[in-house]
Design a protein around this ligand. Structure first.
Ligand code: ATP
Ligand code: MG
Length: 420
């Protein structure tokens, strides 16, 4: 059985048993004692952890602080501490300065102290477990944190939409998803919603038999298990729900036909990238209203400007309290083409410019023909820096090496701790 089959077998078995699986999150554990390290290893082999990626490091809170000064924080940090109860809160404060606000923290301690437990939980630590505990109890805690009824979905939804056909929104969606997965070491899912003409499969050199169409045309059977089965893995941390890319049938959808699928995906994967077709249908308009972030990809000409202005105005009107859209001006400096400067383009549509990508037909053409990402064709190309910067911005991280917030600001989970 290969990995995917094994995963599917587990998934099916768990579903019948009614057990809930930990989603595709990244977990890092810091252990000071070998017994705790062993416990973590055992937890990693629990069937409910089949989709999660867990790594173990030596050391306690200080080791975690050192690592996260220069590395992105995962979805969950498990910290063993042998500190005295009164030392733990101040030690965690230093972690707060380097920890992303979306990261959850579970502390494993050796002192059974109700007051400490209350203080930690009140300060935003998700759970305090006292050793000795069992691997199964640890996994149940993780399940509760990420799969509990009413728990906020873990996934950020980011839609890519072109101002004009061929502007490059799919290419950038795929490459930015790649940059996000590689910079943050977290799972990303790309949903190719251009069912007739989508290129996600081609761009990642994948030709899976099933994909997004199987889900959207079987609304009554759609659930987590089905979506898991339809996803294909294109690379480490990169999952695809591909489009058929065929014209055997027509693709007309109702306004909310993708809603359930997107919701299931965002409960399971930390970042969901929606590669939207260039069209204006009820379902596209509705999908745009539901997303966390929207990226408009435009070429620097007049038709793109007119369309981008209409899209931005419409998005701002239909989702006034959400984040305004991001703009990427693509295919900049095409030889001999008169162009509108990217900054001017952004200013005239009142949109933040997330980045501009040069026109480079050799690089993009080679990547497309090989079914590779830009980073695979040319790892040292400076376009990768731009893609990475945009990816981190969209993921809510200013940079992978520097914490997203200004120094001194506290992530949500620790805010109260500092005030206490
Ligand atoms: N910066 C660039 N330089 C050169 N070629 C590019 C660049 N960006 C994208 N391309 C090429 O432009 C073509 C169209 O790109 P893509 O399919 O991503 O556009 P799209 O906006 O998704 O189009 P559609 O409207 O069909 O969905 C592809 O062949 C791609 O390789
Ligand atoms: Mg496209």
């Amino acid at each position: 059985m290969n990995d995917t089959d094994q995963e599917q077998a587990h998934t099916g078995a768990e579903e019948t048993a009614g057990a809930r699986l930990v989603p595709r999150i990244t977990i890092q554990a810091f252990c000071q004692n070998s017994a705790t390290a062993q416990l973590i290893e055992e937890a990693a082999t629990d069937r409910r952890m089949i989709k999660a990626a867990l790594t173990t490091h030596n050391g306690g809170i200080d080791a975690a602080v050192e690592i996260y000064k220069t590395n992105p924080t995962p979805n969950l940090v498990i910290l063993e501490t042998t500190l005295r109860p009164e030392e733990i809160p101040s030690s965690l404060e230093r972690l707060a300065d380097v920890c992303d606000e979306t990261t959850k923290v579970v502390v494993v301690g050796h002192v059974n102290d109700v007051q400490l437990y209350r203080d930690l939980v009140r300060s935003g630590v998700s759970e305090y477990l006292v050793m000795p505990t069992s691997a199964s109890a640890l996994v149940s805690t993780i399940v509760e944190l990420f799969v509990a009824e009413g728990a906020a979905p873990i996934g950020r939804t980011i839609g890519f939409f072109s101002a004009k056909g061929g502007a490059g929104s799919s290419t950038l969606a795929h490459n930015i998803a790649w940059a996000m997965a590689h910079s943050l070491h977290q799972d990303v899912l790309i949903m190719d919603m251009d069912l007739a003409f989508g290129t996600a499969g081609l761009n990642f050199n994948q030709d899976p038999v099933n994909g997004l169409a199987d889900a959207v045309f079987a609304p009554d059977s759609v659930d987590e298990v089905m979506i898991d089965r339809l996803m294909s893995k294109a690379a480490n941390h990169i999952n695809l729900l591909t489009s058929p890319g065929s014209l055997e049938r027509t693709y007309d959808f109702g306004r909310r036909d993708f809603e359930q699928i997107v919701e299931i995906c965002q409960r399971n994967v930390p970042a969901v990238i929606l590669d939207l077709p260039h069209a204006w249908n009820d379902w596209i308009r509705h999908t745009l209203t539901t997303l966390d972030e929207i990226v408009i990809v435009a070429q620097p000409d007049l038709a793109n400007l007119r369309n981008a202005k209409n899209i931005v105005d419409t998005i701002k009107a239909i989702r006034p309290s959400d984040n305004p859209p991001h703009l990427i001006v693509n295919q900049v400096a095409m030889p001999k083409r008169p162009e509108i400067a990217a900054k001017e383009f952004a200013a005239s549509i009142d949109c933040r410019l997330s980045g501009q990508i040069p026109f480079d037909p050799a690089l993009f053409g080679t990547a497309a023909n090989n079914g590779q990402m830009i980073a695979e064709v040319s790892a040292s190309h400076k376009i990768n820096d731009t893609l990475r910067t945009i990816a981190l911005q969209l993921a809510g991280r200013a940079s992978a090496s520097v914490p997203a917030k200004p120094v001194g600001a506290l992530p949500g989970i620790f805010r109260k701790l500092k005030l206490a």
